[in-house]
Design a protein around this ligand. Structure first.
Ligand SMILES: CC1(C)CN(C2CCCC2)C(=O)N1c1ccccc1/C=C/C(=O)NO
Ligand SMILES: [Zn+2]
Length: 401
């Protein structure tokens, strides 16, 4: 293995010679939840940072505004985030990359060294906007804050809707993701839990998280995503099942355009139920990117918050420490509708169908309703295709114990 020890480390990029940057405490699975409150990582400064620098400007305040307008913030335990330290960021990312990101983020345009930046993926899809380092460090810090609350038994569910940046690699920004906060959270959770399950329901394959843990059985990554010629990131084929000790602990469920809630939940239910019963995780990280929603500008899947909600319900029924993260989602109103509905579901609250009057009310026209209806779109996932995917994944999972 990477560090030559017989103990299996996190398999952090088994093809890279790494030793964990910290003492891995004896994993414990007896974390008891002392407080049934749901932790919600939030501060106005955090929302302002995300508003200006995230993939979708203005989305953070729309999401928070709708959750607040429905009165859910008073049912949540709001915990302020703090920026991740360099030491925390380099528990996964390379020191060179983090130092370059911090330096480039502080520089004016003319000072920028373009070809060095290109080496770190900092161009095209991942421009170096002023303050991008502070933004990325705060998002990572927010996700780590949520993970710490789970480790400390402060709650059973912790939420950071502005996290979930699943494409970032050890030394490279990718897909508008600068720091991989899900990986940082999983590494932190692994200090207390011996087995962590990562589930990625974003439209796109969770390649950065899969890469980080492809060689270990201590973290199982499971991604449902669009997989088609030329679609970003191009990875996540069904036969990619991990390597070495991690073989069969990577699960990919490749789907086509037009899938709706019923088929999506059917494949999710069969694959994730078998995953849970064979792997028996002690903690879960669930990325709930909303770019698969009907009406999203990506225009690929045809899902609604009800469909994702059924997936969430199944995971919450396990009563495990669970970290919920956001991700993609490019229709601001629909993303706010989706994550508000899911937040209410975690709280066991049902919401009135009409969007309450609030600062961002105009985002929700012309119907001003919370629900999203599936579009009238061609579905390229035949039942036979779905059946074949389920059978192949099930055969692979038979090797997991
Ligand atoms: C720049 C954005 C992020 C936005 N966008 C669309 C949305 C609507 C109009 C443009 C993209 O396709 N993007 C990307 C561009 C290059 C590579 C990746 C992505 C998206 C990744 C993702 O969502 N992962 O979960
Ligand atoms: Zn996405």
């Amino acid at each position: 293995m990477a560090d030559g020890s017989d103990k299996e480390n996190d398999g952090m990029g088994c093809h890279r010679n790494l030793t964990p940057n910290r003492d891995v405490l004896a994993p414990r699975s007896d974390v008891v939840c002392r407080n049934d409150k749901v932790v919600f990582v939030h501060s106005q400064m955090y929302v302002d940072l995300c508003n200006n620098l995230a993939k979708v400007p203005g989305r953070a305040s729309a999401v928070h505004g709708l959750i607040e307008a429905y009165g859910l913030t008073k049912e949540l335990r709001l915990v302020e985030p703090r920026p991740a330290t360099v030491a925390e960021l380099t528990s996964f990312h390379s020191t060179d990359y983090i130092h370059h990101l911090r330096k480039a983020s502080a520089e004016e345009d003319e000072e920028k060294d373009i070809d060095v930046s290109e080496e770190f993926g900092l161009c095209y899809d991942c421009p170096i906007l002023p303050g991008v380092y502070e933004y990325a460090a705060m998002v990572a810090g927010a996700t780590l804050t949520a993970a710490q609350c789970l480790i400390d038994g402060e709650c059973q569910v912790a939420i950071n809707w502005h996290g979930g940046w699943h494409h970032a690699k050890k030394d490279e920004a990718s897909g508008f993701c600068y720091v991989n906060d899900p990986v940082l959270a999983i590494l932190r959770l692994r200090e207390r839990f011996s087995k962590v399950l990562y589930i990625d329901l974003d439209l796109h394959h969770g390649d950065g998280v899969e890469d980080a843990f492809c060689c270990t059985s201590r973290v199982m990554t499971l991604s449902l995503h669009k997989f088609d010629t030329g679609f970003f990131p191009g990875t996540g084929d069904i036969q990619d099942t991990g390597m070495g000790r991690g073989r069969y602990y990577t699960v990919n469920v490749p789907l086509r355009d037009g899938i709706q809630d019923s088929q999506y939940f059917s494949v999710f239910n069969k694959v994730v139920s078998q995953t849970e019963s064979s792997y028996r995780p002690e903690a879960v990280v669930l990325q709930l990117g909303a770019d698969g929603m009907s009406g999203d500008p990506m225009g690929c899947f045809n899902l609604t918050p009800q469909g994702l909600g059924r997936c969430l319900e199944l995971v919450l029924d396990w009563k495990l420490p669970t970290l919920l993260l956001g991700g993609g989602g490019y229709h601001v109103g629909n993303t706010a509708r989706c994550w508000t509905s899911l937040t209410a579901q975690v709280l066991g609250k049902s919401l009135p169908p009409d969007i309450p009057e609030h600062e961002h009310f105009t985002e929700y026209g012309p119907d001003y309703e919370l629900g999203i209806s599936p579009g009238n779109r061609v579905n390229h996932n035949s039942d036979e295709y779905i059946e074949e995917v389920i059978n192949t994944v099930s055969e692979n999972l038979a090797h997991v114990m």
